[in-house]
Structure formats: C-alpha cells, structure tokens
Design a protein around this ligand. Structure first.
Ligand SMILES: Nc1ncnc2c1ncn2[C@@H]1O[C@H](COP(=O)(O)OP(=O)(O)O)[C@@H](O)[C@H]1O
Ligand SMILES: Nc1ccn([C@@H]2O[C@H](COP(=O)(O)OP(=O)(O)O)[C@@H](O)[C@H]2O)c(=O)n1
Length: 206
C-alpha cells in the first residue's frame, strides 16, 4: 500500500505524514529531502545549480542515501549525515532550480520507486508523476500567511520574509505542484495538526 501526501511549501506534509505513518505502523518517505540533499551537495561543491550534468556527475561520485524511518527520514552521503543541514534558507533558495531538472527528478524518482511498500510518500508529485496508482492520495494547502506563521517557529527570519519566500517557491515549483485528480484536498488552515492526521487516517481506514 502507498499513501501519498502532496502539497505546497510548509503546508504540513512532513508533520502530517509522520503522524499518519506512525499510526499505521509504516515508514514515511520525504521526497523533498532528496532534492534538498542534491542542492546542499551542489552548493557545498560550488557547482552551478543550473547545470544538471555537473550536479548528476557529482551525485554519482557522492551517493546520497535516504533512510525512511517511522520517526523521521535521515539522509546520508557515505557516512556523513546530512539531515540537519537540509532545512535551511540557503537550501530553500536553491532547491527549486535543482528540482526543475528532469535528470534530477529521475534521480529522485528512481530511488523512491525502489523502496519496499508499504509507506507514506510526501512531496509535490507523489500522487501524480511518481506513484499515480497509490491507493490513497491527499493534497495539503493553507494560505501563504498561515504557512509562514507556522514556518516562522523554525526559522530565524520574520514572517513577511518567510511568506514572500514561500510564495516565490510555490511559483518556481508550479510545474510539479498540481494535486492529482483523485487526491483528497485538505485546507489545513482551519485545522490542527491532529485534526489533519485524524482526517487522513479515517479515510485510509474506511
Ligand atoms: N494543521 C497544522 N496546524 C498547526 N501547525 C501545523 C499544522 N501542520 C503543520 N504544522 C506545523 O507547521 C510547520 C511546517 O510543517 P511541515 O510538516 O514542516 O510542512 P512541510 O513538510 O509541508 O514543509 C511545522 O512546525 C508543523 O509542526
Ligand atoms: N516531490 C517533490 C518534493 C520536493 N520538490 C522540490 O523540493 C523542494 C523542497 O521540498 P520540501 O517538501 O522539502 O519543502 P517544504 O514544503 O518542506 O518546504 C520543493 O520546493 C520543490 O522545489 C519537488 O520538486 N518535488
């Protein structure tokens, strides 16, 4: 079984996916972390993020491994853990450029499709391009302001700057951001985190 949870930046995908996966007793996979890892490696190597050939060559010589665990995903490059360095404003600013390359998307999708079921997969295009046959598909939205207020608890930046950055990233992600036609769309703005998790679990268990 595959459950997909897609949505815009800071809509609650990771928190909701983790809660749903823990309740179901299965791992969850955060596809965005692979795009973030590719971005971080490119930045640290001083590469042009607009050059997919250079990025893929670097990734092939520095293999990245995603470890999906019920309590959260961990990302490794060889024996160096990258996880804690992936959610930074520096990576946020470059990741949409990296994610726009079809070669990088294929690099991510190949790793995701090799994972053994069952799992929850969260990202942008899990229910459309990557797992179109998933049994349960959900898509999370919320206003940019609400998302910025939530993200502000985790970042040093102020809310208007975070809101502008989220809107900008949603625009850059436009090619992969549309919900699947058969996804249940949830506006998480008026909902607590637990209410979103409960709503999804009720649908999965129905
Ligand atoms: N429905 C909700 N109500 C309140 N806070 C939420 C809700 N969903 C997520 N959050 C919080 O918002 C922040 C961003 O959520 P996150 O899961 O990181 O989003 P994404 O993975 O889509 O970027 C986190 O601090 C999370 O705990
Ligand atoms: N399935 C996915 C997941 C992420 N991404 C890209 O990776 C970036 C980071 O994804 P993320 O899910 O970690 O971002 P947040 O929504 O957590 O801020 C997104 O802004 C997209 O550019 C994508 O293109 N496709």
């Amino acid at each position: 079984m595959i459950v997909t949870i897609d949505g815009v930046a800071a809509s609650g995908k990771s928190s909701v996916s983790g809660g749903v996966a823990r309740a179901l007793g299965i791992p969850y996979v955060s596809s965005g972390l692979l795009y973030r890892a590719a971005t971080l490696l490119g930045l640290d190597a001083g590469l042009d993020l607009g050059d997919p050939g250079a990025l893929l060559a670097h990734l092939s010589s520095h293999p990245v491994r995603l470890e999906p665990l019920a309590e959260g995903n961990r990302v490794w490059r060889a024996d160096r853990e990258l996880t804690d360095d992936l959610h930074s404003t520096r990576v946020d600013k470059g990741v949409s450029v990296v994610a726009a390359h079809p070669q990088v998307r294929a690099w991510v999708d190949d790793q995701l499709r090799a994972l053994p079921e069952p799992f929850v997969a969260e990202g942008r295009d899990m229910g459309t391009a990557v797992f179109p046959h998933a049994q349960h598909k959900f898509y999370l939205t919320a206003s940019a302001r609400i998302r910025a207020e939530r993200r502000a608890k985790e970042r040093p930046d102020d809310i208007p700057d975070i809101e502008a950055a989220l809107i900008r990233r949603d625009e850059l992600d436009a090619n992969q951001i549309a919900p699947a036609a058969d996804a249940q769309v949830l506006d998480t703005g008026p909902m607590t985190l637990d209410e979103v998790i409960t709503t999804i679990l009720r649908a999965v268990r129905a």
